[in-house]
Each structure stands twice: as structure tokens, then as C-alpha cells.
Design a binder for this molecule. Structure first.
Ligand code: MG
Length: 339
């Protein structure tokens, strides 16, 4: 079987500037990769993230220079393929993810089956949160208005303004909130003070309270915390998971960090082995990346797959989102098509 590879850059624009503790952006360039066997085409998305030293330029350089290596990879043997992707593109997790996704999509199409069926994850998914980025306090009512259909909000704290942000939100809504501190609290005392306060604010869990390199400090929260503490920046690759047992209560898996569906499935198995809760998150991504991630959604306790509903110009159509409930179809593969 001869494979061919093509790709396109898509500039996706967020409805609002997307501001977290370390950066603010209003658009993102993602690379859509397509792998075809002549009959079926598999789609994947690379959404490079600066936090992991990845970039669109790096992704494009690799695609241009390594086309022949990519089209020589196996469609059927995901483990061997993933090892090769990691050896070829060690510093671009997003490209590993985009290619792995495209190969899985192609595989599903060849078999005529959706990936959630192949993975045994099913289509009964927990309700996803909707993210409200940090912004000027007077923008919060506007963002809450935009979030009206969504029952669970995710907010980004870890800023000098945490108290004012939360107070402003609570003036308008009592919805369940998930808090992502994005490594923003720097000492155990600061983290404890915030978590104790947030536990009384109808908050469901705390994501990455402290910097990823302070694992010993984060471990001090484990037995004390009134709220589950979930790893994100600490939970990047499958090999990170064993060290997080006893430190975090759960892990946030993102395809763009872990290198795709093959590694995400490994992380699912590891978290289950260590008795940790599972969450699936995303970057700002189009429906290609989100639809791929949703194929594993049935394994998760928490979903944060809102990347495609945060953008104004999604170039693809895939998984539906009805008030946070993700609707998976029965199309083969990841179930996406160009809009
Ligand atoms: Mg996070």
C-alpha cells in the first residue's frame, strides 16, 4: 500500500483573547496533516504549544524534510509507528500527535469503524467544561454570557487577581467551576490558602496548582486537599505517570502533549493501574484534534474538550457539542470532514 502525505496550515481565531497565567493569544496556527492510501484519507492536527517548545515552523520543516519517512510508517502497528514518530520528531509532540491521529483515522476508515468502537471507549461521555480565560474584570460578564449554555465552567487562576476574578464570577453565576492554576501558586502555603478558599466556592477540582518542577511540594497537598488535584503540566508523556501516583489525584491527558492517541491510551491504562482519575483536555484546536480526543472520552471522569467551541472559524466539522455534552457519531475513524 502506497501512502501519500499532505498538509495545510490553518489560522484559527479565538472568539476572545485566550489568556492564561503565562500567555495571551487571539489566534493560533495549526497544521492539518492528511495521510491517504488512495481510497481513504486520514486527518490529524498538530497544534504546537510554546510551553513545550514546539512551533508551527518546526512542524512544517519536519513535514517537508521527512515526507518519505512518514509515508513508510505502518498503518496497522501503532506501537512500532509511535516509537518511530518519537525517534523522528523528538522535539515536536504536536507533530507526533497530528501524524498518529491521521494514521488512526485512516486505520478506522480502512476498517469502516469509529475509533471509539475500536478502543472500546463507547459514546457515553461526561459533560465537558467550557473555559473562561482570564481578562479584565469587566469582560467577565460578557464571557459568562457567551458560556450561558454550558453547565460547567473552567477558569484560569494563578494570578494576583484570583480573589477578584472569582468574586466577580460568583456575582453572576453559581455554576460548577473547575480551576486551573497553570502553575501559578508558588508555595505550599499559597496553594493551600487558595484551595481551602475555593473548596467553599462550588469548585470541582484544582488543576496544576504549582510549578511542574515542585513535585515534592505538590505531594504535600495530596492527603490534605479538600478538592481533587489534577496534573496537567506534570502529566505530559506516559513515562511521567508513575511518579504522579500519591502526588496527584488525577491526570489531564492532552493529545498535543503526549504525542497522540497511541500514547494517550497508554496513559489511560497507567492511570487505571495506579488508581488515578482521568481527565482529557486540549489546546485551542479545531474539530480535528477535538474529535480525535473525544474517541477516548468514554474512559474519562472529566472532559475539558472545548477547543473547537472557543474558536470562531473552525475549518472542520466533527464531534458535536450540545451544552457541553459531546456528541460522537458513528462515522469511521475520528469522524471529521472539511467544513
Ligand atoms: Mg491546564
Amino acid at each position: 500500500m502506497t501512502l501519500s502525505l499532505s498538509w495545510e496550515v490553518q489560522r484559527i481565531t479565538t472568539k476572545f483573547e485566550f489568556k492564561i497565567a503565562r500567555s495571551a493569544e487571539s489566534y493560533y496556527d495549526v497544521v492539518i496533516v492528511k495521510i491517504s492510501d488512495g481510497e481513504h484519507t486520514g486527518y490529524g492536527e498538530a497544534a504546537p504549544n510554546k510551553r513545550y517548545h514546539d512551533s508551527k515552523d518546526l512542524v512544517l520543516r519536519y513535514l517537508e524534510n521527512m515526507t518519505a519517512h512518514i509515508t513508510a510508517l505502518s498503518v496497522e502497528d501503532s506501537q512500532v509507528r509511535q516509537a518511530a514518530l518519537e525517534a523522528l520528531f523528538p522535539d515536536s509532540y504536536a507533530l507526533q500527535a497530528g501524524l498518529d491521529m491521521a494514521f488512526w483515522d485512516l486505520y478506522g476508515k480502512q476498517l469502516g469503524k469509529p475509533l471509539h468502537d475500536i478502543f472500546g471507549a463507547g459514546t457515553d461521555l461526561p459533560v465537558s467544561s467550557y473555559t473562561i480565560g482570564i481578562s479584565e474584570l469587566d469582560m467577565i460578564p460578557v464571557k459568562l454570557e457567551e458560556a450561558t449554555p454550558y453547565p460547567i465552567l473552567k477558569i484560569k487562576l494563578g494570578t494576583p487577581n484570583d480573589q477578584a476574578i472569582m468574586d466577580t464570577i460568583r456575582k453572576h453565576t453559581n455554576k460548577v467551576i473547575r480551576v486551573d492554576a497553570n502553575e501559578g501558586w508558588k508555595t505550599v502555603d499559597e496553594a493551600k490558602r487558595h484551595i481551602e478558599w475555593l473548596a467553599g466556592e462550588n469548585v470541582e477540582f484544582i488543576e496544576q496548582p504549582m510549578p511542574a518542577d515542585q513535585l515534592d511540594d505538590i505531594a504535600k497537598l495530596h492527603d490534605w486537599s479538600p478538592l481533587p488535584v489534577v496534573a496537567d503540566e506534570n502529566s505530559v508523556r506516559p513515562e511521567d505517570v508513575p511518579a504522579l501516583a500519591g502526588v496527584y489525584h488525577g491526570i489531564n491527558i492532552k493529545l498535543m502533549k503526549c504525542g497522540g492517541l497511541t500514547n494517550a491510551r497508554k496513559m489511560v491504562a497507567l492511570a487505571q493501574k495506579y488508581g488515578m482519575d482521568l481527565m482529557m483536555g486540549c489546546m485551542v484546536e479545531s474539530s480535528v484534534g477535538i474529535s480525535a480526543a473525544a474517541q477516548l472520552g468514554g474512559f474519562m471522569r472529566w472532559l475539558d474538550l472545548d477547543g473547537n467551541v472557543l474558536i470562531a472559524n473552525d475549518p472542520y466539522v466533527g464531534v458535536g457539542n450540545e451544552a457541553g455534552k459531546l456528541i460522537l457519531g458513528n462515522e469511521p475513524g475520528i469522524g471529521v470532514r472539511p467544513r
